[in-house]
Design a protein around this ligand. Sequence first.
Ligand code: BGC
Length: 403
Amino acid sequence: MTRLVPGFLWGAATAPHQIEGNNVNSDWWLREELMPGMERSGDAIDSYHRYAEDMRLLAEAGLNSYRFGIEWARVEPSPGHFSRAELAHYRRMIDTALDLGLKPVVTLHHFTHPRWFSEGDGWMAADGIERFEKYVRRVTEILEGVEWVCTVNEPNMLALMVGMTRMAKAAMATGEDVKKWMSPTVEGAARPVLPDPDPEIGRRLAEAHHAAREILRKRTDAKIGWTVAAQALVARPGCEERLREVQDVRENLYLEAARGDDFIGVQSYSSQDVDENGIVPHPQTPDTTLTGNAYRPDAIGIAVRHAWKVTDGVPILVTENGIATADDTRRIAYTSEALGHLFAAVEEGVDVRGYLHWSALDNFEWGHWEPTFGLIAVDRETFERHPKPSLAWLGDVARRGHL
Ligand code: BGC
């Protein structure tokens, strides 16, 4: 039986835009309005109002942690104008989690920006970082009792998304099909391989993360980190050099920026090979998940070992891992195998502090509703919650602390 650290976090994760609903002041809302063929978040699953019920279901199942986010677009609707009511809303969420015995893991930025931020040059604007710092400073006012804070979710995906937005705009201007630039997380025939993240934006995000870390360290007692999308890349024979190049642009820049952090969030879903041409597209098999990824529960083991090596031993929190499937028995099989791979890494000496499953609930998958990752299903007409067997299963693993 693998020995886990005392207080190991067993939980599930969400992000504001994907679950809250009516995030109308965010750039993603605008994107959904403008992009032909894109599904809308709309009311999402109304977790803005139903968060207490969501958290209660997780706690009752046996989990001890919940990762959720604070939405910048709500907290700062116009530059420099902060909403006390929204800050109070997120404080109520933190209190609800604590009252239920769920350790909150709070994300300050998860893919979305206030519209006013993106209308200009966003992160690349001269005052881009300063604007983020102002937001972070305000948020520290409500973070008492929070032990884990993620500054930016998947900065490598975020840097890639900025490039995709550029390409989508160009495609729209010429009347081209924009499908392949629609969603950052759903693979498909239209776009078999994700483009590279823009390293200039990546470096800027690293600066923003370091600035936020400084503020958070001064003003809170929380452990600070950011969360990196890990593609669990593996070299085909003879392609080790190529692998290194691809990893440098896609992941290592972001992992290296985490040296000196209190933890690194590792988020992994699938694994891909690298050959002399770069990343090999996911093979399409009957196992392929609803986001077009190969079924690879071993990915998390590859991902945490890589993060451990590149960060020079920063403690790891698995902040996302899961599978888009309509078949909950596949979710249980995937997660059970994934935990086996994670525990194997722990036994080798990788310091893993928790496992947060993506996702607590079926939610808005960035332009698509079909890929369902949740431990809890939601009726999108009535917003009724229906826990799936996988929730009880994971809760049971959490209570026992082993598979
Ligand atoms: C993101 C989530 C997303 C998940 C599944 C990650 O890239 O942080 O927002 O829903 O993967 O695709």
